[in-house]
Structures are given as structure tokens and as C-alpha cells.
Ligand binder design. Structure first.
Ligand code: KG4
Ligand code: ZN
Length: 369
């Protein structure tokens, strides 16, 4: 009698190797059935970029080249799987830094070629949204659709209507700086170390959030955001205060800035949830690690608010593997000719007639009126 493996007797079990390199984190992970993390390895380059006060693109891609092999080996080892045992390889295709994306993409192509496994290109923002799938039960069960998704990271601030899993409508985004970018730039103004988000959070702890009445750009009538006016207001205040010998009240400035960002992000997201009769809210991306933002959402929302644990807020490959799992189930795999898309808009991939391979993408209309 032929031997039947334990794996084929039980219900289908799919393991996806995720690869992420859209910015300054070199990451690989293995996730089982889209919900169970078998391994999640992240090599942060933060200390390399700190002297520049932001991500230096050439340094980032060079470091990805150096770090990727050991990171992938570690991810497979910790998951106790061989490359030939994963069911597909999912890689971030965009948006992100072109050079960084290319390193991850070429590596994923090489792995797909030698292993014969399917290759799946993943949208980085969709991966952030689906990082909520990794939260675990019972919290994950409170994701109900339609849902409003707020994606807040170093490169993006997007408000998204999630009509059902994998179907998104972009409601609006930032007109200038992303929320994380604003944190990073204001941290630099206050001489706080990079990355600015965590530094401002720490400085805010002992600050008075009402010390400075910084502006809130509500942009009423649209679901867009703007943070450059707020950044300029902080700069003006810093310049004014520098004339005095007493030194900058960094903690008060940080806390007042942070409060202004939190007010707008929470206020507009809750309004969108009400307007589109959402049943739950997902808050994802690096800035969702912010304690004040998390507390404001949880205390002000009457709907369930799902925010991933801190290690899944910032860039990681486990979230890439989750999207890979869902695309794999739908048969949406890509060919080896796939290229990176550094400016890929968030679109409804489920309506794409030809998977994620570029031409069939449906860019949804702006419905912010
Ligand atoms: O999602 P992410 O890791 O990378 C991008 O896709 O951009 O987000 C990085 C951003 C940085 O701007 C960083 O300052 C911000 O997330 N961030 C935070 C916090 N932790 C990270 N912002 C505010 N508060 C935090 N605790
Ligand atoms: Zn990100």
C-alpha cells in the first residue's frame, strides 16, 4: 500500500514563504493557512539609516542584498520546513523603494525557479491590512464587513473601505506627508532620533498634549489627509522658542504634535465608519504601533477596532504571506516575468481578469464627495 503522508490526510494545509523588502526591513516568514505564524524574521536597518534621519535608498538596497540569505534561511529553519515543502512564495511587489523591491523580487524569483513553486506578487498595503488576520482568536472573529481600514505608515496614509475580504475601495489618502513621515520629520526638528514615531511617543509621555494648539487639517468633504501644515506649525514654534535661552520644551511639543495627528486620524476614520455603515475598523501600518493612537481608537469607537500587536504593525513578511495564501487559494499566481511596481495604487485585485500581472488592474474611482 502506498504511504500517505499525515499532511494529505488532514484538511488542506498550505504554507507560504513571505518575502518583504519594500523599505528598510529585510524580512522573511512562513505562515500556515493564512493565520498561523511558523516563523517571522525581521532584520531592521534602522541603526544604519539613523545618521541620515531617514531611509537612504541606496544604503537600504545594498543592505537587503547582504542580509536576505541568512534571513530566509532562518525563517525556514525556525518554521522547520525546507524550501521544497512550502506551497508558494509571496513577495512584496510594491509600492516601495524601487531598488529595495528589486532585491526581494529577484531573490523570490530565484527561489521560485529552483524550487518550482508558484510566485505571487503582493501589494504592500494589502499586506498591512491583512496583518489583522494574524491577530488570533477571539479578536480576529470581530472583523466584520464592510470594514473601514486605516493604513498609516512611513510612506502611506490611506483610508479604505473593505467591502468584503480582498475587495477594497480607496476613499482617500494623504495629499502631502504620510503620518509616519510627519512623525519622522518632526522628530528631526526636535533633535530626537530616527525612527521618529517611537521617539516622539517616548518624549510625549511626560509632555502636555494641550501645551501648543497645533492645527488639525480636517479637509472636510473629503477623506484625504494633510500633515505638512502641522509640520510647518511645529517648525515655526521651534524657531520662535529657540530665541529663548531656556531651551526647547521638547516633551510638550512632541505631545501636542502627537495629539494633533491622533485627533485627525481617529476623527476621520470614525466619521468614515459611520458614513459607510462599517461594522468594524482595522488600523494597520507602522504608526498603528503608537500607544496614544491605539488608546484613542479603543476609547472612542463603538465598533470593534482591530489593531495588530506591535511586532506586526511595522514591516514584516508574515503579512505578505497572508496575502499570498489568499491569492494562492484563488489561483492568482504570477509568472517569472513579473516586475516590481514602486508606485502601485491600492486596487481591487479580485476584479482583475488576469491575476496581479499588471494590465488587468482595476483602479477604483475616488468616491470622496
Ligand atoms: O509600516 P512601516 O514599518 O514602514 C512603511 O511601510 O513605511 O512604518 C514605519 C513608520 C515610520 O515612519 C515610524 O516612525 C512609524 O512607522 N512608527 C511610529 C511608531 N512606531 C513606528 N509612529 C508613531 N508611533 C510609533 N510608536
Ligand atoms: Zn509598511
Amino acid at each position: 500500500m502506498p504511504q500517505v503522508s499525515q499532511r494529505s490526510l488532514s484538511k488542506p494545509c498550505y504554507r507560504i514563504l513571505g518575502i518583504e523588502s519594500s523599505c528598510d526591513e529585510t524580512a522573511a516568514a512562513v505562515v500556515e493557512n493564512g493565520v498561523t505564524i511558523l516563523s517571522n524574521v525581521v532584520a531592521s536597518q534602522a541603526s544604519l539609516h539613523a545618521p541620515f534621519g531617514g531611509v537612504f535608498p541606496e544604503v537600504a538596497s545594498r543592505q537587503h542584498l547582504i542580509t536576505f540569505s541568512p534571513v530566509i534561511e532562518q525563517a525556514l529553519r525556525e518554521a522547520h520546513v525546507e524550501l521544497c515543502e512550502v506551497d508558494a512564495i509571496a513577495v512584496t511587489r510594491g509600492p516601495g523603494l524601487p531598488g529595495s523591491l528589486v532585491v526581494g523580487m529577484n531573490l523570490a524569483k530565484g527561489l521560485a525557479m529552483v524550487s518550482g513553486k508558484p510566485l505571487i506578487g503582493v501589494h504592500h498595503l494589502e499586506a498591512h491590512l491583512l496583518s489583522t488576520e494574524l491577530i488570533g482568536e477571539p479578536e480576529r472573529n470581530s472583523i466584520a464587513y464592510p470594514a473601514i481600514g486605516l493604513i498609516v505608515s512611513g510612506g502611506h496614509t490611506e483610508l479604505v473601505l473593505i467591502e468584503e475580504p480582498l475587495r477594497y475601495r480607496s476613499l482617500g489618502g494623504t495629499l502631502d506627508d504620510a503620518a509616519g513621515e510627519a512623525f519622522d520629520k518632526v522628530a528631526r526638528l526636535l533633535n530626537l532620533p530616527y525612527p521618529g514615531g517611537p521617539s516622539i511617543q517616548i518624549a510625549s509621555k511626560n509632555g502636555d498634549a494641550n501645551a501648543f494648539a497645533f492645527p488639525r487639517a480636517w479637509l472636510e468633504g473629503s477623506w484625504n489627509f494633510s500633515f505638512s501644515g502641522l509640520k510647518t506649525a511645529v517648525l515655526r514654534e521651534v524657531k520662535r522658542l529657540e530665541r529663548f535661552a531656556s531651551g526647547l520644551p521638547v516633551e510638550d511639543l512632541a505631545a501636542s504634535f502627537q495629539q494633533a495627528v491622533v485627533d485627525v486620524l481617529v476623527g476621520k476614520t470614525l466619521l468614515a465608519a459611520e458614513t459607510f455603515q462599517a461594522k468594524s475598523i482595522l488600523v494597520v501600518g507602522g504608526v498603528s504601533a503608537n500607544q496614544a493612537l491605539r488608546e484613542a481608537f479603543l476609547s472612542q469607537s463603538s465598533l470593534p477596532v482591530l489593531i495588530p500587536p506591535l511586532f506586526l504593525c511595522t514591516d514584516n513578511a508574515a503579512m505578505v504571506a497572508v496575502v499570498g495564501y489568499w491569492r494562492f487559494l484563488k489561483g492568482q499566481v504570477d509568472g517569472l516575468e513579473m516586475d516590481v511596481l514602486p508606485n502601485w495604487p491600492l486596487v481591487s485585485l479580485s476584479e482583475s481578469p488576469q491575476s496581479t500581472s499588471g494590465g488587468g488592474l482595476v483602479v477604483l474611482p475616488d468616491i470622496s464627495e
